[in-house]
Design a protein around this ligand. Structure first.
Ligand code: SAH
Length: 408
């Protein structure tokens, strides 16, 4: 921190200060990026004096420069740090630098340009994700502070990545809490309705503007490869399948049969189109996963490999009790369908579900059903979703592969 001067020229647009209370800079100095409202010296710098998304200089209680941040007086997280170098105020050059650093990681990790290019806080770009589909980018802004920089984000992406088309997929519900509207719009070029994503030997057809989130769940790609290793000759069930990403890769890897379950018609249509284009066979079941798992059980269906990858049942901490109950029930319903010596990949993308709570859900299910579960592999979010070790919320994806046998 010694290279940061105590006071700085208020260039970078003469940004106003946001002062912290005594001791409240510690977490930030240890690497975290968030400021909560109770940490702000509101007597000196009232949060109500800022507009949502306004850029500030974050300063310690002793008025030392901590970094540049953006503020939102409406949200629980009052400010998020954008950068600690006084020479780089929020703006295009900072963004160009961030995208170059982010791109360098993905280019080391992947041989083809299909990945999450920028993952919010974990790439020091709080509130922004960008996915790359070859020459097409899909960007999603989640905060007012990033929305303010929308034009500069686009310019920086164009400069660093040189895409042919960019889509703003700014329709996440969290934007409402930030006080910014939800919309989907083309930022530049001609954005195709569908893109092709090569993964695990399958060329997936992925809807962009009409797809879920940013189109493709890149975070699960490593876990899909993990599952494919065990797919040969298996009767495989892919629950919450979206566009069939787990199931069709298992089919490609030699699964005997594949069944995909999802409540979204358009997701299953994408899965059907991919299956047809790749010469793969799949059974598609549309409906609520809980109901469909019960129906499959009633039909005495059995599987050797089951993947459950539900949407986040615990979006906010207060949803925890209900969400945990849903994970427990789901794991039990899934295990019921496993044949002798079957494999279950149990996933959760709820940050608020502790990893141990998910393994415990599987363990409880095994006891309830008089079976024995062994954890044989621990999956993680793919490395294009790096974890910021000081911001635990960036480590959100849990995936556990269990073998389930009949002896107890
Ligand atoms: N496994 C997918 C991602 C799944 S995302 C992949 O790796 O790409 C969660 C999916 O669950 C979405 O496709 C959504 O349509 C579906 N979904 C949400 N609630 C559901 C429910 N109650 N029953 C069945 N599917 C549901």
């Amino acid at each position: 921190m010694s290279s940061i001067p105590d006071t700085i020229e208020r260039d970078g647009g003469d940004l106003p200060p946001l002062l912290l209370k005594p001791q409240e800079e510690r977490r930030l100095q240890a690497g975290h990026l968030w400021v909560f409202s109770n940490e702000v010296n509101v007597a000196a710098t009232p949060l109500t004096g800022f507009t949502p998304g306004q850029h500030v200089q974050l300063r310690s209680s002793r008025d030392h420069f901590l970094g540049y941040a953006y503020v939102n007086p409406r949200t629980l997280i009052s400010a998020r740090l954008l950068g600690r170098d006084p020479a780089f105020p929020p703006g295009k050059s900072l963004l160009v630098h961030r995208f170059k650093v982010a791109l360098a990681l993905r280019e080391r990790l992947y041989t083809s340009p299909f990945y999450r290019l920028a993952f919010g806080e974990a790439d020091l770009l709080p509130g922004l994700v960008v996915d790359r589909y070859g020459s097409v980018l899909v960007a999603q802004i989640g905060t007012a502070g990033m929305e303010v920089m929308k034009e500069e984000i686009l310019e920086a992406l164009v400069q660093v990545v040189k895409p042919e088309a960019v889509l703003w997929k700014n329709d996440s519900p969290i934007r409402e809490l930030e006080g910014i509207e939800r919309y989907v719009e083309t930022a530049m070029g001609k954005v195709p309705d569908l893109v092709e994503v090569p993964e695990g030997g399958v060329t997936f057809r992925v809807p962009l503007a009409s797809g879920q989130k940013t189109g493709w769940y890149f975070d699960q790609s490593a876990n899909r490869a993990l599952v494919a290793r065990y797919a040969k000759d298996a009767r495989m069930l892919d629950v919450f399948s979206y566009a069939g990403s787990f199931g069709l890769q298992a089919a490609r890897a030699g699964a005997a049969e594949v069944t995909c379950v999802d409540s979204s018609e358009s997701a299953l249509e994408a899965a059907a189109a991919t299956a047809a284009a790749n010469g793969l066979d799949v059974e598609l079941v549309k409906g609520d996963a809980f109901d469909m798992l019960e129906a499959l059980h009633a039909d005495r269906r059995k599987f050797d490999l089951v993947v459950i990858d539900p949407p986040a049942f615990i979006k906010r901490r207060k949803d925890h009790p209900k969400g945990l109950a849903a994970y427990r029930r789901l794991n039990q319903l899934a295990m019921q369908l496993l044949d002798r010596d079957g494999l279950l990949l149990s996933c959760s993308c709820s940050y608020h579900l502790a990893p141990g709570e998910l393994t415990d859900s599987v363990q409880r299910a095994s006891r309830h059903l008089g079976r024995f579960a062994q954890l044989i592999a621990v999956g993680a979010q793919s490395p294009d979703h790096p974890v910021h070790p000081a911001v635990d919320e960036t480590r959100y994806l849990r995936a556990f592969l269990f073998r389930v046998v009949d002896t107890c």
